[in-house]
Structures are given as structure tokens and as C-alpha cells.
Design a protein around this ligand. Structure first.
Ligand SMILES: Cc1cc2nc3c(=O)[nH]c(=O)nc-3n(C[C@H](O)[C@H](O)[C@H](O)COP(=O)(O)OP(=O)(O)OC[C@H]3O[C@@H](n4cnc5c(N)ncnc54)[C@H](O)[C@@H]3O)c2cc1C
Length: 332
């Protein structure tokens, strides 16, 4: 990590291992070691090391506390980490290093909704929580998902109740569309030959992590878009064994088209956003660009189907209300 100390943090970061080690015991005796730099700096460093071929066997890096702290200290201060590594991986972190790597923990994008009612563009469909987008801006603050769920879940419930009470509810639906949806869902069960959905899901996860992960570049995003076209064809050829009841493979087969919609939307928006902001880091555009602060990308499907082309439009952000502006200025 000593190779990855940005200029901005140099003055407050230890220069040598010895200095960093002193800090552990006495914060006044040395400066913080660089492995305690902010999350995005450490994640960028891990990403660079792994991409340069210096990663750990499972594609991460090693984090070691065993050589710095006693087993008693580790068990007392990091009880859940100690137990999780022991239970899930059989790794005793009081004696060995952990293999770690950055991964996706939240999705800031989502279905565009009207904030007051959580209504979407589809009449009668409401979205709240992580499925809805826009509330958390470029990076959600820790703990704010729970508040989001409580506030906007209530609004969605009230919005749905009002919608029903207004009596403007569709009383008929398009039978052809319904039949096409049923056929689409059953196709994987009826197909004799085809690909296993778990293989596709695994390959999709690997590809998205490698090319649309936390540190992005224009060429990698373009490569991801081409690969996503190939995935779209693969998803059309899934075959699942067994019957409809309690069949997780079939459930996955019906989820995969949506996973591709989300993946294609993420790759497209990330390629268009030529700046770095919050959870979105572009190696080729490392700084925030004030022009991009003025809008979100609103994506829509051109044909309405999961495999239709997706197009992007700029959706201007409302100006910050004065009372919030004042709060932010105060915090600065
Ligand atoms: C490791 C980790 C730690 C986190 N820590 C915090 C924290 O400390 N504080 C905080 O505020 N947030 C935290 N979050 C974020 C928070 O947990 C999530 O944002 C939140 O749980 C999302 O809630 P939700 O109801 O919107 O979605 P979900 O909890 O994802 O619920 C969606 C539900 O829909 C079900 N579902 C999906 N598809 C279908 C289908 N086709 N039919 C029927 N059901 C379906 C799923 O099984 C799931 O139960 C953390 C997230 C992670 C991953």
C-alpha cells in the first residue's frame, strides 16, 4: 500500500512500515499506515494489483492482522469477522491472512419514480427501496438504506392506496402479451438442448466484476457492452431440467433477462458518465465534472422487451432547496 498513497493523504500517512506499526500502539508516535486509507483508495490499489497479475489465488489480495495483533485482541475487537472467516472459509484470522477484494454492495441506480408517491412510469406500478433509483445520489451514506425503506416504503403504500381509491385502475389487459410472457417463462423448461442458467449467471458475474466493477475505463466498458450482446443470445438458449415446482434453476432462468437489463443499463450509463463521482470511478476521467452534476441518465427500453435496445437521455436534477444548500455549506 506504500506505493498507493495519493498526494492528498501523504502528510497524514506513515512513510515506512515501522512508522505505521508504531501508530497501532500509540496514535501520537507515528502516522496511520496506508492500508487504512479511504475505501476507494484501497479498492483502487487492490484493483491495480489484481489486474497486474499480482492478486491472491481467488482474485483478491491478502489482508493480514495476525502479524500485528494478538489472537485475544483480534477475537475481542473483531468477533464477527473472526467467526465469519472461521465458519464460512475455515480461515483462522488470528493465525493466517484473509483473502479480500472489493465488491458491489449497493446499487444507486434503479427504477425512476416520483418521489412523493413512488409511482413509476407504468400506471399502477410502484417501486421503493433499492429497486428505486435517484435518492442516494452518487454514493449512499452508511445506514441510509434503512431510512430509505421506511420512508419510501410508506409513501409507495400510500401512493398505491390512493391510486386504487381514485378508481383509475386498468380493468382489462392484453391477453396476447400475457400469453407471450408465459411462453417466454416456460421456454427454458421446454427446450431439450441449451445452456445451464448457473453457468451464464457465473460468467455474467465474472465479466461484470472484471469490466464494469468499481474502477472503470472506456475501452473496458465498450468490451463489456459487446460481451453483454453475447450474453443476450446465450440467455435466449437456456435449458432447464425438472418441473415448475421448487425449481431454483428455472427461477434463475426467469431472473436472468432482468439481470441482463440491469447489467446493460449499468454498462451504458457508466460509459456515458465520463467523470468520477461517488461510487463511480473512471480511471480515464479521474475527477468529478461539474457539468455531469446537473443531470442523471434516464434509460429506457426502445422496444419494451428485455432484449430491446436501451437508450439514454439526460434527466435534469432539481436544484437543491436553499435550506439544504445552507446545511451543506455549513458542513464544509
Ligand atoms: C453486506 C451488506 C451490508 C449492508 N449494510 C447495511 C447497513 O448497515 N445499513 C443500511 O441501511 N443498509 C445496509 N445495506 C443495504 C440494505 O441491506 C439494502 O439496501 C436493503 O436491504 C434493500 O432492501 P429492499 O427491500 O429494497 O430489497 P431487498 O432486501 O433486496 O428485498 C427484495 C426482495 O425481493 C425478493 N425478490 C426478488 N425477485 C423476486 C421475484 N421475482 N418474486 C418475488 N420476490 C422476489 C428477494 O428475494 C428479496 O427478498 C447492506 C447491504 C449489504 C449487501
Amino acid at each position: 500500500m506504500f506505493n498507493y498513497v495519493p498526494e492528498m493523504f501523504r502528510a497524514e500517512t506513515a512513510e515506512t512500515e515501522e512508522e505505521g506499526d508504531k501508530w497501532y500502539d500509540d496514535h501520537t508516535a507515528g502516522r496511520r499506515p496506508p492500508e487504512l486509507l479511504p475505501r476507494d483508495e484501497v479498492a483502487r490499489a487492490i484493483n491495480t494489483e489484481v489486474k497486474a497479475g499480482r492478486g491472491s489465488p481467488h482474485g483478491g489480495v491478502f489482508l493480514d492482522i495476525a502479524s500485528r495483533r494478538t489472537p485475544e485482541y483480534i477475537r475481542r475487537r473483531l468477533p464477527s469477522m473472526y467467526h465469519q472467516f472461521m465458519e464460512l472459509a475455515g480461515v483462522d484470522i488470528t493465525r493466517e491472512s484473509m483473502e479480500i477484494g472489493p465488491t458491489c454492495h449497493y446499487i444507486m441506480g434503479g427504477v425512476q419514480v416520483i418521489a412523493d408517491s413512488a409511482a413509476t412510469a407504468v400506471p399502477g406500478l410502484f417501486a421503493a427501496g433499492e429497486a428505486a433509483g435517484g435518492l442516494h445520489g452518487a454514493n449512499r451514506l452508511g445506514g441510509n438504506s434503512l431510512s430509505d425503506l421506511v420512508v419510501f416504503g410508506r409513501r409507495a403504500g400510500m401512493g398505491a392506496a390512493e391510486y386504487i381509491e381514485a378508481g383509475d385502475v386498468a380493468t382489462s389487459f392484453n391477453m396476447e402479451e400475457a400469453e407471450a410472457a408465459v411462453k417466454g417463462a416456460l421456454d427454458p423448461l421446454n427446450r431439450e438442448e441449451g445452456e445451464n442458467p448457473y453457468t451464464i449467471q457465473h460468467d455474467l458475474q465474472e465479466m461484470m466484476q472484471a469490466l464494469v466493477g468499481i474502477i472503470r475505463t472506456g475501452p473496458e466498458l465498450e468490451e463489456a457492452k459487446d460481451k453483454l450482446d453475447e450474453f443476450t443470445e446465450r440467455v435466449k438458449n437456456i435449458s432447464v431440467k425438472g418441473a415448475r415446482a421448487y425449481n431454483p434453476g428455472w427461477n434463475l432462468a426467469t431472473d436472468l433477462p432482468s439481470m441482463l437489463t440491469v447489467s446493460r443499463s449499468t454498462a451504458l450509463a457508466a460509459s456515458l458518465r465520463k467523470e468520477s463521482r461517488g461510487g463511480h470511478t473512471r480511471e480515464d476521467y479521474p475527477n468529478p465534472d461539474p457539468e455531469f452534476a446537473k443531470f442523471n441518465f434516464a434509460l429506457s427500453s426502445d422496444g419494451g422487451n428485455w432484449d430491446s435496445p436501451i437508450s439514454a437521455a439526460q434527466s435534469p436534477l432539481l436544484p437543491l432547496p436553499d435550506e439544504l444548500k445552507a446545511l451543506l455549506e455549513e458542513a464544509h
